[in-house]
Design a protein around this ligand. Sequence first.
Ligand code: 48F
Length: 266
Amino acid sequence: MLKISAMETLISRGIIDSYFGKLKSCLQLDAAIVGGGPSGIVAAYYLAKGGYKVALLDRKLSPGGGMWGGAMMFNDIVVQEEAMPIVQELALSYRPYGEGCYIVDSVHATAGLLYQATKAGATVFNCYSVEDVVYKQGRVGGVVVNWTPVLREGLHVDPLTLLSTTVLDATGHDCEIARTVARKNGVRLNTPTGGVAGEMSMDAAEGERTTVENTKEIYPGLFVSGMAANGVSGSFRMGPIFGGMLMSGRKVAGLMAQAIDAARKG
Ligand code: 48F
């Protein structure tokens, strides 16, 4: 039996050694995913499963974005038929409800996505806010991170940097990374306005369709998924139906994998 004082040191040393090892191993990434909502987590899962070095950063203590709460805190979500292969691959439980629709418990779904992404090898850093990107030679090449409490308190503390071949803006309705890249560097994005158009009001079916369609690379090295994809392109919100988010995450993982492979070949 360890002495109590030795046990306390062991606990602290274990966490410090492990955490900083994990952080050091993520200083150069294939994919940096900003935002741990459903589209970002699914992207992390597919990229990690493909053997890419991927970290997901979320400013909250509990990543999961808008999925935990279902609709109006009624904690169930709807997923349509087209996205069910992803639900099944991620081993989530579900039940049929109406034509072509399924219900999934939102707490189970969020926890399940996070479990599968981390199990596949994605590293999640919670309480990290991405406040900027690395921008070199006309490319986005990494993320600039700080502790969420530092930013919330308005403390004058400099950030750290994680370099990455690809960066995903999966920040949801606010499209934070796309906005920052356009504003700070005065560049045009590959969007209908060349900037961030902002989302439109609710049209669930159209919003679901365009979320997947608008999932793409919007600037060299910078990709968008989920609600951020519709936000940058000025398309509709869709509310608590989540198939589009899952399919957008899977699509963007494929696009990012192609870009990473191309960068490796030089
Ligand atoms: O909004 P969010 O859940 O993203 P999503 O994948 O899914 C949208 C749906 O939840 C829902 C919807 C469904 O049909 O419309 O809204 O597009 O999650 C975005 C995550 O990004 C984090 C934020 O805490 C949230 O968990 N986030 C936002 N900005 C930053 C950030 C930032 N600058 N740095 C780190 N995390």
